[in-house]
Design a protein around this ligand. Structure first.
Ligand code: SAH
Ligand code: SF4
Length: 352
């Protein structure tokens, strides 16, 4: 029988595992620290556990980190990591340094592929392969810390592959490990969950009290326009979606972020500016305007830089806060929405 991988076990799960083994539950806390804080994958080195206990653990379990397949560094310092999961599927993580502000953001994946098929997104063309496990989600961060040390990133965004709220329980468990001071010890304000708009799960996440930041991928300010690029908008209409985002902001007493990818000739006019500013009225928020990154084979174009600046300038006085983001890592296909793998007869080939 293959040994079970303990990477991804939450603190309560480890505690009850020890209870079942007839051990004291506080052993769970010790093992938890070894796994996530110290990143020790060898039971033999866990010196505060008795030798017989270490042996028993090693007989039944392993602590198996993610396996790297390929990595690429962009001219601007952005680095992309392509992992190969135990069942051979690819998943990507992007490390984005910000030298001016002396911080770095990691963009992590929550699913291999994605079922939601947004028309502009490379990951959306893959369909859903499968949900990532808790160990595979947290494992992306552990890998980077192992490679570059604990301070190699300060912020985490769920903006890689997949829709995090469609892998809800695993994402919540991984958030718990990230937030736990005996786990990864990250602050809630430093973690952003980005969603295409799974309305009921936005409310559910608000009710957990985890208080992580929320980003909504809006991209269009009317229902009619949004359904044209995001099929999920047919299931969860804009009005109820915005209500759920307002609820999230209220429950967490934090401002939310609206992501607005500017697509040439689609959502970039004065009418769009006005519709957007009306839609978000009264919600404590920030709007991130981002130029579309073209995906080969998809019928959307990037607007000119002037157009992006114009849009930002029009929006600015009509919204609480606006940022206009220049995309990073374009030369290594690590930009938003460019994370995808192409399948061929032999299995999987990466586009980079
Ligand atoms: N599924 C989640 C998180 C992953 S996508 C979501 O949709 O929010 C992360 C962000 O990249 C989203 O805002 C998404 O709309 C955006 N995105 C997807 N394709 C893009 C592209 N080609 N150019 C720019 N942004 C894109
Ligand atoms: Fe999935 Fe997000 Fe891409 Fe839409 S934009 S297909 S929800 S990963």
């Amino acid at each position: 029988m293959p040994k079970e991988n303990l990477l991804g076990y939450t603190r309560p799960q480890l505690e009850s595992m020890f209870a079942e083994m007839g051990e004291k539950p506080f052993r769970g806390r010790q093992l938890y620290k070894w796994i996530y804080q110290v990143r020790q994958n060898d039971f033999a080195a866990m010196t505060d556990l008795s030798r017989p206990l270490r042996d028993r653990l090693a007989e039944r379990f392993v602590i198996e980190p993610l396996q790297l397949d390929h990595r690429a560094r962009s001219e601007d310092g952005t680095e992309k990591f392509l992992f190969r999961l135990a069942d051979n599927h690819p998943v990507e993580t992007v490390l984005i340094p910000d030298t001016e502000r002396e911080r770095a953001t990691v963009c992590i994946s929550s699913q291999a592929g994605c079922a939601l098929a947004c028309r502009f997104c490379a990951t959306g063309t893959m369909g859903l392969i499968r949900d990532l496990t808790v160990g595979e989600i947290v494992g992306q961060l552990l890998y980077l810390r192992h490679l570059y040390g604990n301070d190699c990133f300060s912020n985490v965004v769920f903006m890689g592959m997949g829709e995090p709220l469609n892998n809800y329980q695993n994402v919540v468990d991984s958030l718990q490990i990230m937030l736990d001071e005996l786990g990864l010890g990250l602050g809630a304000k430093r973690i952003t969950v980005s969603t295409s708009g799974v309305t009921p799960k936005i409310r559910k996440l608000a009710d957990t009290g985890l208080k992580v930041r929320l980003a909504l991928s809006l991209h269009a300010a009317t229902q009619e326009k949004r359904v044209r690029i995001m099929p999920i908008a047919e299931t969860f209409g804009l009005e109820k979606l915005i209500e759920s985002v307002r609820y999230y902001a209220n429950q967490t007493r934090d401002r939310v972020t609206f992501e607005y990818v500017l697509i040439d000739g689609f959502n970039d006019t004065m009418d769009d500016v006005l519709a957007l500013s009306r839609l978000i009225e009264g919600i404590p928020c920030k709007i991130n305007v981002l130029a579309y990154n073209p995906v080969p084979g998809l019928p959307f174009e990037r607007p000119t830089d002037d157009k992006v600046d114009w849009f930002g300038r029009q929006l600015y006085p009509r919204a609480p806060a606006v940022t206009v983001r220049k995309s990073r890592g374009r030369d290594i296909d690590a930009a938003c929405g460019q994370l995808a793998a192409r399948k061929n007869g032999r299995g999987v080939v990466y586009e980079s």
